[in-house]
Ligand binder design. Structure first.
Ligand code: HDE
Length: 756
């Protein structure tokens, strides 16, 4: 009487071990996938083992697999086992002296299971703790060949990448759509070793010298007594620091602009922030700033949307990225560089290139595209990949070198150091997500969590016992050679250059480059943030900083705070606006945008089906919203409901379409079922949750469309027919065409300033 499942399990174990033929079929159970031995960076194709981390022969003296081979059999076999591979017959009950008796100390399975669980968490990142990541590929255009010898930038070279986006201040479990800077860190697994471009979505930084990093972060993190507020800059310590320390003004202004609340990671720019030095094959150098330009344009949430989303869906950005990739709408960015001659003073048009609180306007130095990034695969395991990935600004490849930016210098120390605490020792480079795809022969040995079984007896140079191996590379064999730059004769000082003292001209340039709705948002953001501070002195100092940027900005925030607007203490500089800084004025593809279609059993369901199809055909995502879950019967061809009036909120959608007057006949609590022919009341012709969705979408300047009598619902929600971006018509497809055209500009900007 052999249990057929058990017999099949035995065979699966044998198949996984390679001891039997293909795994047997079990009735009702899907055939097991062949074990995937892929590296996480190349989900399907197994990579060759790294030379010193696992040799081609990957069997240890005890007959067990080693290195990468060991990783791929980490979880195999069909039976539950202990960590040592002993099969278990039970894991739901501790070993007890009788069913109601005391638990026995000798229960080694209980002890191992709880011990491992107790140590599942590792310390979260001290900054950028909350993140989301994806795998992808980078393709060089070859356009950078004149200025760098980096192999991965050559034409058509494809390099696997892993990109992690993050917020800065919040803990690992905090919400996504807080007002904050976003991290944009890219690991390129190039043929010449790993290159990490560890950037942000804001091109400037709060401080000019790394020695102040603990200060700005202590000020931004929750107050140390009560540990509030979480993931917010709207509190006294943050504003205390940034108003006392005015070099933070430029970055803070970007945070208060719409850049601080991106619509999606897919719709953010990225910046290397520091000036880097590129070196070509002849040894000639060029200074550059790196930019990531999203193919979908740069778009943001409104502050009210961001706040609602934090409650409705704290994983909004994480979900958006994963969903887009899963659906095949792969996000893309072009990598570009602004180039500057490598002159001894390292300035460009009077802008100090070593001061990371400066940008160089694109109108002065255009961004030249050098390659394309495509994110095309989600991580398989959050912890193994997104949490354990370790970036470092010192992971550089030949052709890319650093400059004397004092902020960068501190980072070159910090990123290695932090991994020792976070990942438990110096061998984090052996974790699968961090492994280089280039051969490694490093003579680094031992240490915590060493997983390599190194061979040879002479991990030192020079040696004769291991045949002199490894050998040193030269310029012609791809060595990383630091640019032998002359250093100026200097005294040791704790000082910054005089050019670092101008803290207001660049913020003024940013402010003057904003359009009226963007300025409205900035005023509202400062009014909110300073309004959340308790200390009068902090608010007043905040206004003084604003007065030094612009009188109008200061006057409007002062009015909101109920305080007098101070006079500037530094003269305003004249700045030529940089239109490239504004998010308005261009048109972008609507790929991956979310279209909510509100309907119910009484609506024009044939029209809904047609519109759904058209939305998909346009590369966007339709979500059908109805009073209850399940299916809506459209002439025997049911439509699946994806959101209900209870689960939907306007903030999930980029545009809303209304098929008729959905939810008509419900009472004020939405409690009664919609019945055909029930017309509701004049005041509440539809479900109140539908009215809320419409009013919010209108206030947030989103495109709205309706047909089949939808005007009644729109009017009841206070949405004037014929208002900008409100489209009504006879058929769903005609309405959708107009709504899609509106999405190219992201929002119906004419509706602002009503919605902040
Ligand atoms: Fe970071 N930063 N940082 N930072 N940073 C870290 O490294 C640090 C700075 C940035 O997704 C930490 O592995 C110092 C600028 C990103 O894993 C830590 C200074 C920029 C990420 C650290 C800076 C960044 C980090 C925390 C001032 C934009 C997330 C965990 C000198 C150009 C990477 C870790 C990821 C993470 C230190 C300033 C971007 C502690 C000392 C400027 C995107 O090492």
């Amino acid at each position: 009487n052999e249990n057929p499942l058990k017999a099949a399990a035995e065979k699966i174990t044998e198949a996984v071990r390679g001891e039997a033929g293909p795994a047997p079929e079990i009735p009702g159970v899907p055939a097991p996938e062949p074990p995937s031995f892929a590296e996480p960076t190349e989900p399907r194709v197994p990579l060759p083992p790294k030379s010193d981390q696992s040799g081609p022969e990957t069997v240890s003296p005890t007959g067990q697999p080693t290195g990468a081979e060991q990783a791929r059999v980490a979880q195999s076999g069909a039976y539950l086992t202990t960590a040592q591979g002993n099969r278990l017959y039970e894991t739901d009950h501790s070993l007890k002296a009788g069913p109601r008796g005391p638990v026995l100390l000798q229960d080694h399975h209980l002890r191992e299971k709880i011990m491992h669980f107790d140590h599942e968490r590792i310390p979260e990142r001290v900054v950028h703790a909350r993140g989301a990541a994806a795998h992808g590929v980078f393709q060089g255009y070859g356009t950078a060949a004149k200025i760098t010898k980096a192999a991965f930038l050559e034409k058509d070279i494809e390099t696997p990448v892993f990109v992690r986006f993050s917020t800065v201040l919040g803990s690992r479990g905090s919400a996504d759509t807080v007002r904050d800077t976003r991290g944009f860190a890219t690991k390129f697994y190039t043929s010449e070793g790993v290159f990490d471009l560890v950037g942000n979505n804001i091109p400037v930084f709060f401080i000019q010298d790394a020695i102040k990093f603990p200060d700005i972060i202590h000020a931004g993190k929750p107050h140390p007594d009560r540990e509030i507020p979480q993931a917010q800059s709207a509190h006294d310590t943050f504003w205390d620091f940034v108003t006392l320390h005015t070099e933070a003004t430029h970055h803070t202004l970007w945070n208060m602009s719409d850049r601080g609340i991106p619509r999606s990671y897919r719709m953010m720019e990225g910046f290397g922030v520091h000036t880097f030095r590129l070196v070509n094959a002849e040894g000639a150098t060029t200074l550059v700033k790196f930019h990531w330009k999203p193919k979908l344009g740069v778009h943001s949430l409104t502050w009210e949307e961001a706040q609602i989303i934090n409650g409705m869906d704290p994983d909004f950005h994480r979900r958006d990225l994963a969903d887009a990739i899963e659906s095949g709408a792969y996000p893309q960015w072009e990598l570009g560089v602004q180039t500057f001659p490598d002159t001894p003073d390292q300035t460009f048009e009077g802008i100090d290139l070593l001061d990371p609180t400066n940008i160089v306007p694109e109108e002065l130095a255009p961004v030249q595209p050098i390659g394309l990034l495509t994110l095309n695969a989600n991580p398989s395991n959050y912890f193994a990949e997104t949490e354990q990935v370790a970036f470092h600004v010192g992971h550089l490849v030949p052709g890319i070198d650093i400059t004397d930016d004092a902020l960068l210098a501190g980072r070159l120390f910090s990123y290695l150091d932090t991994q020792i605490t976070r990942l438990g020792g110096p061998n984090f480079g052996q974790l699968p997500i961090n492994r280089t795809h280039a051969p490694v022969n490093d003579m680094l040995r031992d240490g915590m969590h060493q997983t390599a079984v190194h061979t040879g007896v002479a991990p030192y140079r020079p040696n004769s016992l291991d045949g002199g191996c490894p050998f040193l590379a030269g310029n012609d064999t791809g060595a990383y050679i630091e640019v032998p730059k002359e250093l100026p004769a200097a005294r040791k000082v704790r000082e910054a250059a005089a050019s670092f003292d101008d803290h207001f001209s660049q913020p003024r340039l940013f402010w003057l480059s904003m359009t009226p709705p963007e300025r409205e948002h900035i005023v509202a953001a400062y009014t909110f943030e300073l309004g959340k501070c308790y200390e009068q002195a902090v608010k007043e100092r905040g206004l003084q900083v604003l007065a030094n940027i612009d009188g109008e900005l200061c006057a409007q925030v002062a009015a909101g705070l109920g305080l007098p607007a101070p006079e500037p203490t530094v003269p305003h500089t004249e700045a030529e606006p940089s239109p490239a800084l504004s998010q308005l004025g261009q048109e972008w593809p609507a790929d991956g945008r979310i279209i909510g279609i509100v309907t119910d059993g009484n609506g024009d369901l044939a029209g809904v089906r047609e519109v759904r199809r058209a939305v998909l055909d346009a590369g966007m995502v339709p979500l059908v919203i109805a009073p209850a879950g399940g299916k809506l019967d459209a002439d025997g061809d049911p439509i699946t409901v994806q959101r209900t009036f209870a689960t939907a909120r306007s903030t999930e959608f980029d545009a809303l379409l209304l098929a008729g007057v959905p939810g008509r006949g419900r009472d004020a609590f939405g409690a009664r079922d919609a019945k055909a022919g029930d017309t509701g009341t004049a005041e509440a012709p539809t479900d109140p949750r539908v009215l809320l969705m419409l009013a919010e979408a209108y206030r947030h300047a989103k495109a709205l469309g309706g047909w089949a009598g939808a005007e009644t619902a729109l009017a009841a929600a206070g949405v004037p027919t014929g208002a900008p971006g409100v489209v009504t018509g006879d058929s769903g497809s005609a309405v959708l065409a107009d709504v899609t055209a509106l999405l190219a500009k992201h929002r119906v900007w004419e509706r602002f300033p009503a919605a902040l």
